[in-house]
Design a protein around this ligand. Sequence first.
Ligand SMILES: O=S(=O)(CCO)c1ccc(-c2ccc(C3CCCC3)c([C@H]3C[C@H]3c3ccccn3)c2)cc1
Length: 240
Amino acid sequence: AVLHRLWAEIDKTVKQQVTMARMGIGECGTGWQLFAEDGEMKMYRREEEIDGMVVDPLKAVHVVKGITGHEVCHYFFSPKYRYDWETTLEHMTVLETISDDTLLFLQTHKRIWPASQREAVFWSHMRKLPNDQDRDGPDMWTVVNNSTEDESHPANSGKCVRIYLTVCLLCQTRVHPPKDGTPITRDNVSCKITYCSVVNPGGWAPASVLRAVYKREYPKFLKRFTTYVTNQTKNKPIMF
Ligand SMILES: O=S(=O)(CCO)c1ccc(-c2ccc(C3CCCC3)c([C@H]3C[C@H]3c3ccccn3)c2)cc1
């Protein structure tokens, strides 16, 4: 097949992001602060500024019972579900279907006063990863979202400030087979989710406002999204 113009960048970025997501918080360098905890969910951030703009990297780890990594990535990647769980989204368009597992999105997010409204143009790629550590362990699934330029949508040409994001959702399914050899049900599966994101706001926004927004929105986002997947899958066959 003819490789898409972005394919080399996508493949390299996915490998880099997955390597970083698999590292424990202790291996990811210093300065990580645990800023939110809710049951199995732990959220860490590092305070970083570039040209006076808050670009705090975020890393969240969560374990959710009854769903698989393939299901989590499927509902995160597919545009048709996004308005159901992404509450800060004002508008979303698929600019290009690069392949059945790679899309180019344009998203505008709801304005956060007093900052001006933001938009993002990013490719999104979903991939199953061989579990190279544990041969017979279940596969891992990932979705990586990474900002990119698009000639038909030049940055900062309209009212919105263009943000630059890199997001990695890495999921590892765990199966605990029932002792009595009965078929596997949702009670026997769980998913370890690692969500990493770096968002450059692309232009001035008060550090205090941004940090308050992240502190409020990220825990809400991960809880809402995983609850959504649980509700969407509970009466459906398991997608391994
Ligand atoms: O995981 S994704 O790829 C899912 C696809 O949607 C993702 C998640 C989050 C964002 C994003 C981008 C920009 C902002 C800010 C920056 C300055 C002003 C708006 C926020 C703020 C709105 C807050 C927020 C934080 C966390 C989650 C959702 N909302 C969020 C983009 C993509």
